[in-house]
Design a protein around this ligand. Structure first.
Ligand SMILES: [Zn+2]
Length: 149
């Protein structure tokens, strides 16, 4: 096993999500690679710190986001649902428009493709902000201020 492959599977390894064969190969790699042993220690420490936060909802969101970034290139329906903060059923219902890979009954997503897809479907008003927008928004703020008084 090469260091690159070790790194790609490191997070799954920490969460006991790799296959037994993979875990065994990774332990063999660790036995002779100091660099990856250090990586593992760093990640374990990060994981431990993150777990101390779990009681705080906001930090849990940060953790989930962070874990998403650290996850392997390929993710599952629950992982995508978690990242997009939607229900899994919604993901399943929209497979017709979400780029995915189907292997038999299983559905997987490539993180990279999902990111590109999100960029494409994100709604962005076409007009750029102008002085006019600024005036409208200051009027709105004035109104809000009046209501508060
Ligand atoms: Zn290594």
């Amino acid at each position: 096993m090469k260091c690159k492959e070790f790194e790609n599977n490191l997070v799954s390894f920490l969460y006991n999500e790799t296959s037994d064969d993979m875990a065994e190969e990774m332990r063999r790699h660790l036995a002779h690679c100091k660099r990856c042993r250090c990586r593992l220690t760093e990640f374990s420490e990060t994981k431990r710190l993150c777990e101390q936060w779990v009681d705080y909802p906001v930090k849990q969101d940060i953790l989930k986001n962070m874990m998403f970034k650290l996850r392997p290139e390929i993710i599952t329906i629950p992982e995508l649902a978690e990242y997009l903060r939607v229900d899994e059923t919604l993901i399943k219902a929209h497979l017709g428009i979400i780029p995915h890979i189907r292997l038999g009954e299983e559905v997987r997503f490539r993180k990279k493709t999902i990111m590109q897809w999100l960029d494409r479907i994100e709604y962005r008003p076409e007009r750029s902000w102008s002085r006019h927008d600024f005036e409208i928004s200051s009027d709105i703020f004035k109104e809000i201020k009046i209501e508060q008084e």
